[in-house]
Design a protein around this ligand. Structure first.
Ligand SMILES: Nc1ncnc2c1ncn2[C@@H]1O[C@H](COP(=O)(O)OP(=O)(O)O)[C@@H](O)[C@H]1O
Ligand SMILES: CC(=O)OP(=O)(O)O
Ligand SMILES: [Mg+2]
Length: 305
C-alpha cells in the first residue's frame, strides 16, 4: 500500500514509534478470492479491478487495482485498519466510530479505556444494536417486526454501501467484478440484493433469480450489468496452506515414501522469507511489519482471519 492508503492523519510519531497505521485483515481470504476470480474469468489476476466484500462475523472490504501497477499498488486501502475494529459493522464490532467516544465515555460513564475498547469489539455491531450478532437471527427478527433488528440490518448494509461508493470512485467505476464472500456474503441473497440495490446508474445490477440460486462460485449479475457481480466461497485455510507451501517450498509428499525426518523431504525454499511480492499467490498476506519510514512502500497487511 502507498503511504496515502496506510497512514492515518494522526501525529506522525504515532506511526514512526508505535506503528499506528492501517494494516488490513482478511488478506488470506482476499488472496484466495483474487485467484479464484481470475481462474473463473480466465483473466490474469494482475489485470483485474475488483471490489471484494468479505462479510462474515468479522467483515471487511477491499478494492484491488490490477494492471501494470500491481506490484506497486496491489490493494487500495482496506476498510479494516490498525485493528479489525475499523470499517464495516460486524457481528459484535462497531466498525467506524468517532474516537472521541473514548474521551466522552471515560468521563461520562466512568469506563476505563480498556472497557470502552472491549465494548467496541465485543458488545457492539449487530449485537449492540439489536442483541443478536448472527445475521440469520437479525434477519428473522427483522421479518418478525423487531424494529431494532430491522434498523441493525439497515445500518449494516449502509456501511457496506459507503465503502462500495468510495471504491467505485477510487477505481473510476472501472470494476471487473464486485465479489461477495464469507458467511453473509456467500449465503445471504437478501444481503447481496440490498448491498447492490439501485446501482443501475453505476452499471451494477444483480439478477434476482441468479442471486437466489447462487451456490458455490456463481455469477449473479443481470445480462445488462456492465460490472460482473460474483459469489465466491472463501477458503482461508486452503489459502494459508498454499501460501505456507509457497513460502517455505515444502511440497506434500506421501509419508511412507519419504519420512518427514529424512533428508530430501525439504526442498529449497522458493522465496526468501523477507522478500515481498514475488509470490505467485500475490497478495498482502505475507508482507512484513510496518516499514521504519513512510517514504517508501508500506507493507500490505495482516493475513489472518
Ligand atoms: N444463510 C445465511 N443468511 C444470512 N447470514 C448467514 C447465512 N449463513 C451464514 N450467515 C452468517 O454468516 C456469519 C458468519 O460468517 P463467517 O464467515 O462464518 O464468520 P467468521 O469466520 O468471521 O466467524 C454469521 O453472521 C451468520 O449468521
Ligand atoms: C480479522 C477478523 O475480522 O477476524 P474474524 O473474521 O475471525 O472475526
Ligand atoms: Mg472469518
Amino acid at each position: 500500500m502507498p503511504a496515502e492508503s496506510f497512514l492515518y492523519a494522526v501525529p506522525k510519531e504515532w506511526y514512526e514509534k508505535y506503528g499506528v497505521r492501517r494494516y488490513g485483515f482478511h488478506g488470506t481470504s482476499y488472496s484466495y478470492v483474487l485467484g479464484r476470480v481470475a481462474s473463473e474469468l480466465q483473466r490474469p489476476a494482475s489485470s483485474l479491478n475488483l471490489i471484494v466484500c468479505h462479510i462474515g462475523s468479522g467483515a471487511s472490504m477491499v478494492c484491488i487495482k490490477g494492471g501494470k501497477f500491481m506490484s506497486l499498488l496491489p490493494f487500495l486501502p482496506p476498510t479494516v485498519g490498525f485493528t479489525p475494529l475499523d470499517g464495516l459493522v460486524m457481528g459484535t464490532r462497531s466498525g467506524d466510530v468517532d474516537a472521541g467516544v473514548f474521551g466522552h465515555l471515560t468521563k461520562a460513564a466512568g469506563l476505563s479505556v480498556g472497557e470502552v475498547d472491549s465494548a467496541l469489539n465485543k458488545k457492539s455491531g449487530l449485537y449492540g444494536l439489536c442483541g443478536f450478532s448472527d445475521m440469520r437471527a437479525v434477519q428473522e427478527r427483522a421479518d418478525g417486526g423487531d424494529a431494532d433488528a430491522a434498523l441493525a440490518e439497515r445500518i449494516f448494509v449502509e456501511r457496506v454501501r459507503k465503502y462500495l461508493g468510495a471504491y467505485l470512485v477510487r477505481l473510476r467505476n472501472n470494476v471487473d467484478a464486485i465479489v461477495f464472500t464469507a458467511g453473509v456474503g456467500e449465503n445471504s441473497a437478501r444481503f447481496r440484493a440490498l448491498a447492490c440495490e439501485g446501482l443501475e446508474e453505476f452499471g451494477i445490477k444483480i439478477a434476482p433469480g441468479k442471486n437466489l440460486a447462487a451456490k458455490g462460485v456463481a455469477r449473479i449479475e443481470d445480462a445488462f450489468s456492465r460490472t460482473k457481480v460474483m459469489v465466491v466461497p472463501t477458503d482461508e485455510e486452503g489459502s494459508i496452506a498454499i501460501q505456507a507451501i509457497d513460502l517455505v517450498g515444502v511440497l506434500p509428499e506421501p509419508a511412507q515414501e519419504v519420512p518427514a525426518a529424512l533428508p530430501g523431504r525439504r526442498r529449497r525454499p522458493k522465496h526468501d522469507l523477507l522478500v515481498v511480492g514475488e509470490s505467485s499467490h500475490s497478495g498482502w498476506a505475507h508482507v512484513p511489519p510496518p516499514p521504519p519510514s513512510w517514504k517508501g512502500e508500506g507493507g500490505g497487511g495482516r493475513g489472518g482471519g
